[in-house]
Design a protein around this ligand. Sequence first.
Ligand SMILES: Cc1cc2nc3c(=O)[nH]c(=O)nc-3n(C[C@H](O)[C@H](O)[C@H](O)COP(=O)(O)OP(=O)(O)OC[C@H]3O[C@@H](n4cnc5c(N)ncnc54)[C@H](O)[C@@H]3O)c2cc1C
Length: 396
Amino acid sequence: MTTPTNDIIIAGGGLAGLVQAIALAHEDIPSTIVEKGTHELHQQRGFDGRTSFLSLGNKILLKKWDVWKDMKPHAEPIKDIRIVDGDSPLFLHYDHEDVGVNEMGYIIENFYFRNALIKAVQENPLITVLENMSVEKADADSHFTTLTLSNGEQLKGKLLIVAEGRNSTLREKAGITVRKHDYEQTAIICALAHEKNHENIAIEKFLPSGPFAILPMTGGFHSAIVWSERSDLAPHFMAMDDAAFTAAVTERFTDYLGKLTLASPRWQYPLSLSFATRLYGERLALVGDAAHFIHPIAGQGFNQSMKDIAGLSRLLADRRDVGLDMGTEDVLKTYNRERKFDNLKMIAATDGLNRLFSNNLKTAKLARQIGLGLVQKSSTIKKAFMRHAMATKNSA
Ligand SMILES: Cc1cc2nc3c(=O)[nH]c(=O)nc-3n(C[C@H](O)[C@H](O)[C@H](O)COP(=O)(O)OP(=O)(O)OC[C@H]3O[C@@H](n4cnc5c(N)ncnc54)[C@H](O)[C@@H]3O)c2cc1C
């Protein structure tokens, strides 16, 4: 049976699929999300233990889409960012006042981010959600794409937006090649309570096994940790009892915020780089981790995806406004062209930073110290980096 549906069908209701549907609804474009799991499952605290850095530019988008009001109480502003190379006294200090803003971005638990998005989706009459269902197959022709679902039914639409995550199968079935690199690192995630106030400062320490990020959480006395560790060592840290694990974290965190106490379960995420060589197929567009999955070193993965989603939604609205088909190759090629350079820049930056910093080689150490010193001294370079991280308009 082929069910008539909205013109736009989104495969995947993770952060990317949800944001995509909300962005389209803001343009008055109805869409259908097909999600393997359920909202009920995704709304649980145990579903995703991560916190996200959200750029200032994307906060502005979420405000425009009317989602920010539910996120704001749970989002902690970042005032300053410090980049530290191991135990070296040299560090790079990004201060919000240098670029004339009150904050450089926000830290929010994915639990609150996801819940705010699900609420917005559930309240929006332009968005239909099919849960406990997956898209198995997409057959495109010159007028439609026909999707076969896991219950055997078919859905017809003009465009399939694939938001399936980093191991996307629809991307593979569409014949889109993917470049991949395994960092052989695993991100260990947890929250810590500390005695002193973090003063809204985020810290990125570059340690030989990988970057160690300390991210300020709401209230002042909790921070989230993103500890990138060698994948062969991560199981050892994950298996430690709480006291030994807290001691291992304290060794890296140091005691600048006083005594540390573990305040959450621990989580782990294997880290790799993967990016699609093009963001489209026949009546198909890629967004989210299905388009690119990058190292969390700068907390930019989903921030890039939000820029993709905003760009794609605007292009589709322009097509709809002049009565044209929203799924044709020319519009998808434009999407690819408009987003390619910005994405490649971020892929190269995050990959390069991780390679440069995650080692103990003498030459790399020297290069890092010269580099950090130069950037710290040059206010122009510093401001350019900051604007890029904040994803505000004049970031070039
Ligand atoms: C340790 C770590 C820290 C990070 N920190 C940051 C940060 O600070 N800032 C930032 O911007 N980004 C960050 N990121 C990146 C960010 O978390 C991801 O980009 C984001 O979660 C990806 O969401 P997604 O919806 O694309 O994919 P997913 O979360 O993988 O969702 C995909 C969804 O699609 C569904 N699905 C899959 N196949 C089908 C199908 N065929 N049919 C129907 N449904 C399907 C799945 O069930 C799932 O719900 C981090 C990533 C990691 C690993």
